[in-house]
Write a protein that binds this ligand. Structure first.
Ligand code: FES
Length: 104
């Protein structure tokens, strides 16, 4: 049986304003909206200790607030230097209006 983690209400997640979620025993997460879809990635940049929810969301990319590298929110792929290592992404389910991921 899979354990689902409840992250936040879907209605809280506004395009361009990623939501930071901290839960016990897993890395901090960032929740994004792109059009009608919700996406979840790790919150910490893979280049340094930056909080990506303080960065700039441009469509389906998130730009790091520290050195301006960026990632695809949908795939985690690093799309601009100095970021080169991909960001972990998580499949999302919205259950009764709550954004959920499987326990990683
Ligand atoms: Fe994110 Fe350097 S810490 S680009």
């Amino acid at each position: 049986m899979k354990t689902m983690l409840r992250l936040c209400a879907e209605s809280e997640v506004v395009e361009g304003v990623p939501v930071s979620v901290e839960l016990d025993n897993i890395p901090p997460l960032a929740v994004y909206r792109i059009n009608d879809e919700i996406y979840v990635t790790d919150r910490t940049c893979t280049h340094g200790d930056a909080d990506l929810t303080e960065g700039f969301q441009d469509g389906d990319e998130i730009e790091c607030p520290f050195h301006g590298g960026s990632f695809s929110i949908k795939t985690g792929e690093a799309v601009n230097l100095p970021c080169s290592k991909p960001l972990t992404t998580y499949p999302v389910q919205v259950i009764d209006g709550i954004v959920c991921i499987e326990m990683p």
